[in-house]
Design a protein around this ligand. Structure first.
Ligand code: CTP
Ligand code: MG
Length: 236
């Protein structure tokens, strides 16, 4: 319709977690990787995507480190994080609304802990989803044989991996839809797609790369650092 503004694209980065599994003794987003806090690499990749109108980073209300650790990061900042990832994302969606975003604008939610993100993957996700009725996510087909494990540390079953994908981020949905989905599913949602699926919708799977892994365990910092030195700052 003439006169209608086309939907915009926003990135939302939940960064209000404590990083317990990383064993870092501090929120993992502030651990230095290749000379910069992990979160700085993540935000730099998003800020380098011209189609994104803005990137909003969601911090814990008690975060007193961001401005000193990441001066001039180019992103909007809001201390509206909650007790779960889903609550942090909901806080961020409300903040985007306060800053002028509407139901039909696209939101790309991306984990702060996926610091190896490349702008080209974000572009591929936007290309694949911008005309989709539901939206979608970056993901990787599972290559390894999958085992279910019991509490005794032994294999209880081998799981057919042929239709299995490992979900990554960004996950891209319209603001109105993803907000409704997360409100319905509550804190149980570990990603946006599962909340959207619970509404009976099928998000699109967009293949990315193993390199888009989430820094989770102590040994992951070293691995991420090696990738970052390999790829180099020029890709940012
Ligand atoms: N996150 C958040 N608010 C929370 C929990 C998580 O914003 N209450 C964010 C994290 O900062 C991270 C992303 O969600 O960028 C993915 O979560 P995860 O990798 O699980 O990070 P943590 O929850 O910090 O780590 P852990 O589960 O090991 O404590
Ligand atoms: Mg967590």
């Amino acid at each position: 319709m003439p006169g209608m503004t086309p939907p915009r694209f926003f990135a939302l980065v939940p960064a209000a977690g404590v990083g317990e599994r990383s064993g870092a003794g501090q929120p993992k987003q502030y651990v230095e990787i290749a000379g910069r806090p992990m979160l700085a690499h993540t935000l730099a990749a998003l800020v380098a995507v011209p189609r994104l109108s803005q990137t909003l980073v969601v911090l814990s209300p008690s975060d007193d480190r961001f401005e000193a650790a990441l001066p001039d990061c180019g992103a909007w900042v809001a201390r509206v994080g909650g007790a779960s990832r889903a609550e942090s994302v909901l806080g961020g969606l409300a903040e985007l609304r306060r800053r002028g975003a509407g139901d039909d604008d696209w939101v790309l939610v991306h984990d702060a802990a996926r610091c190896l993100l490349q702008p080209a993957w974000v572009d591929a996700l936007i290309d694949a989803c911008q005309h989709d009725a539901v939206g979608g996510l970056l993901a990787q087909p599972v290559a390894d044989t999958l085992k279910a494990g019991g509490a005794d540390g032994r294999v209880s079953a081998t799981v057919d991996r042929r239709d299995k994908w490992a979900a990554q981020t960004p996950q891209m949905f319209r603001l109105g839809l993803v907000e409704r989905a997360l409100l319905a599913l509550g804190a149980a949602a570990t990603d946006e797609a599962s909340a959207v699926e619970a509404l009976g919708l099928a998000p699109r799977l967009v293949r990315a790369s193993m390199a888009n892994f989430k820094v989770t365990w102590p040994e992951d910092f070293e691995l991420a650092q090696r990738w970052l030195y390999q790829v180099g700052p020029s890709s940012r």
